[in-house]
Design a protein around this ligand. Structure first.
Ligand SMILES: Nc1ncnc2c1ncn2[C@@H]1O[C@@H]2COP(=O)(O)O[C@H]3[C@@H](O)[C@H](n4cnc5c(N)ncnc54)O[C@@H]3COP(=O)(O)O[C@H]2[C@H]1O
Ligand SMILES: Nc1ncnc2c1ncn2[C@@H]1O[C@@H]2COP(=O)(O)O[C@H]3[C@@H](O)[C@H](n4cnc5c(N)ncnc54)O[C@@H]3COP(=O)(O)O[C@H]2[C@H]1O
Lengths: 141, 141
């Protein structure tokens, strides 16, 4: 379709590649994850296995739930828990970055969509911002 | 332009109206704001004055900064601070919901854009999700 045609002029460039995507592992403590999230400023990031497969997501909101429900819990106490305790499942992912119709569909409900290869090795993410930049450009040309 | 034409078929329906937008006031405590954010599940919400004018934004990330940098700070200690202490400025807003070119432009950098009337009274928000839903629909028709 016309929208996909125009958006596809340069498929790879809207993928944020894995090497610049902040991430943690399931065995990291929640204190470590909390500090990573605060430092990079993202609200939710991928959880990867030691061999770079996508395992889940960790969010500031999920960690905040611990602080809210564990009485007197300060950030230091988060060292008693791991990312595995608060990890969220990956609802959607794609393995073909050119399937824009699917990606656009998924981005209606998810702020970013992980990209994995056929072996489930994490390749990067496609964000709403990258797609909107592209649509914005298209709307002006 | 064609994109704006198609998106404008039903301008009002992509605005999330003020009565369903979670918000706090600048004098609320950070503990209260933290609990509101956790309960509604949003990462950032508007701060309104008692007469419903848009004053700023409050985010989970900004409150987490307090928990991180005030040693031993537990959620209860957030009652010592107010939203005013951690409030963020409003970078972008619109007063005409049909100015889609401007809105699309702003949504590249902001997950939502507040809508205010000519007296700066808060009217609602326009989110990336609502715009993407519309673009998604358009791409299929
Ligand atoms: N450090 C920063 N510099 C500039 N703008 C920033 C920023 N942090 C956040 N934003 C803005 O806020 C939006 C929401 O960020 P959030 O962290 O909630 O949600 C993000 C985050 O969960 C994830 N994400 C984006 N880039 C990432 C990265 N390099 N590493 C890990 N996760 C990333 O994808 C979601 C959507 O990102 P998107 O760019 O569409 O949308 C971003 C972007 O427009
Ligand atoms: N309770 C829920 N139910 C269903 N989906 C949910 C949800 N909470 C979050 N999401 C999904 O996560 C996205 C990012 O939410 P976030 O709270 O970071 O960022 C939100 C939040 O800061 C604000 N927002 C959205 N609706 C709001 C509301 N009713 N009241 C206050 N703020 C709202 O606008 C931003 C962008 O919202 P958008 O809908 O584009 O994008 C939302 C939506 O796709």
């Amino acid at each position: 379709p016309a929208v996909e045609q125009m958006l596809l002029k340069d498929p790879k460039s809207y993928v944020i590649s894995a090497d610049v995507v902040a991430n943690v592992t399931a065995t990291n403590t929640l204190e470590h994850a909390f500090m990573v999230l605060s430092k990079v400023g993202y609200s939710r990031i991928p959880v990867l296995t030691p061999d770079d497969r996508l395992q889940g997501m960790i969010s500031l909101a999920a960690i905040s739930e611990y602080l809210l429900h564990v009485p007197g819990a300060a950030v230091e106490q988060l060292s008693r828990y791991t990312v595995a305790d608060a990890m969220l499942p990956v609802n959607r992912w794609v393995s073909d970055p050119t399937k824009l119709e699917t990606i656009l569909n998924y981005l209606v409900d998810e702020p970013f969509i992980p990209l994995v290869d056929d072996d489930k090795v994490f390749q990067g993410i496609i964000t709403r911002r990258e797609l909107l930049k592209r649509i914005n450009f298209m709307a002006h040309n």
